[in-house]
Ligand binder design. Structure first.
Ligand SMILES: Cc1cc2nc3c(=O)[nH]c(=O)nc-3n(C[C@H](O)[C@H](O)[C@H](O)COP(=O)(O)OP(=O)(O)OC[C@H]3O[C@@H](n4cnc5c(N)ncnc54)[C@H](O)[C@@H]3O)c2cc1C
Length: 310
């Protein structure tokens, strides 16, 4: 299999790696090795890789920046398809329409928009992921979501064909999209509708959001951002704090003392430790408040322990 994958990558000039440590490719710095890793640099290459995996019954997983992923300690038995820098072009198709390839970082897209005096991405600019990852989860912050700006996208489906999806079919809602229901599909570009504003107003908002993140979030520790989705009532961080769980630790996994909504990796936390900690948090919050907390990061690979709170 390794030899045939290498040949496929050679024919599309894609980089190919084996036994790739996922703790070096995720912002949580957690995870064992992935068997195979392909750096996708074109749509034909992506389609060919998907078809190869399907024909050979080889599991595949699309990874953006790895900022919303909790990878298993024993890694991933399959191929990680990574859309990186070579898949991050951006273009304006008219005054207010920005089209980004899905490997572009949100921060860069927001900067490009601001340079063109376009507003709509300021609140999302501090999310440390790609446009593709953001659309997948309908990422959002400060009451703005991808849903507010995305008008369509292109994607490669599970048979390797490129397709277009209109706004209505994107099915965007809180941390949900068409793609969360179809994980075999890979977003290749996202079209966003922005609106004109003054550079001063855009820049002031970006600075404000950035300062709020810096002052409230534990950005100096590895994490996957908010660990739990917003429950039906209230905020996960408030409930966790009220249950006295700030600073609660299992091994090197800790409920951040700065922001109870973040589980952080103090040094060498394992996936198993994070999941055990999350289960404890889930159980205590349920017992004391009646609220059910659900994990937000995507679990990659087969996890050894139970994760009843996912
Ligand atoms: C410090 C910190 C702060 C954060 N703050 C926020 C926040 O305010 N709001 C928020 O919503 N999130 C936040 N996050 C979480 C994360 O950054 C977002 O969910 C981000 O959108 C994930 O993008 P990614 O490229 O890293 O995706 P990854 O983590 O690589 O992948 C996440 C999921 O998206 C899928 N995916 C990725 N790319 C594609 C693609 N091209 N096609 C199809 N599926 C794809 C993956 O398969 C996976 O299932 C934060 C994370 C950190 C570490």
């Amino acid at each position: 299999m390794k030899h045939r994958l290498q040949q496929l990558c050679d024919s599309y000039q894609m980089k190919f790696f084996t036994d790739v440590p996922l703790n070096g490719r995720t912002t949580f710095h957690i995870g064992g090795n992935a068997d195979f890793w392909i750096e996708i640099n074109s749509i034909p290459g992506l389609s060919a890789a998907v078809m190869f995996c399907q024909e050979n019954h080889l599991p595949y997983f699309i990874m953006g920046r790895g900022s919303n992923i909790l990878a298993a300690d024993n890694g991933y038995r399959g191929v990680i398809l990574h859309l990186g820098n070579e898949f991050s072009q951006m273009a304006f198709t008219d005054d207010t329409i920005l089209v980004c390839q899905s490997g572009a970082m949100l921060a860069n897209a927001a900067k490009t928009a601001a340079e063109h005096h376009l507003s709509g991405m300021e609140a999302l600019s501090g999310i440390p992921g790609t446009i593709g990852g953001a659309l997948f989860m309908n990422a959002g912050a400060y009451k703005k979501e991808m849903k507010d700006i995305a008008v369509s996208c292109t994607y490669v489906d599970g048979t390797g064909k490129e397709r277009i999806l209109s706004k209505e079919k994107l099915d965007l809602s809180y941390r949900h999209s068409f793609f969360t229901e179809h994980p075999d599909c890979i977003i290749t570009s996202v079209t966003m509708k922005l609106h004109k504003d003054t550079p001063e107003a855009i820049s002031a908002r970006m600075q404000d959001y950035s300062e709020r993140r810096r002052s409230k979030q534990p950005l100096n520790f590895p994490s996957a951002g908010s660990t739990f989705k917003r429950p039906e009532k209230g905020y996960a961080s408030k409930l966790i704090d009220e249950c006295g769980l700030k600073g609660y630790q299992v091994g090197d996994a800790q409920v951040s003392e700065k922001h109870a909504g973040f589980v952080i990796n103090l040094n060498h936390a394992t996936c198993d430790e994070v999941l055990r900690l999350c289960r404890d948090v889930h159980d205590k919050v349920l017992a004391e408040t009646g609220c059910i907390l659900e994990l937000e990061p995507v679990l990659l690979g087969s996890q050894e322990g139970e994760h009843s709170c996912s």
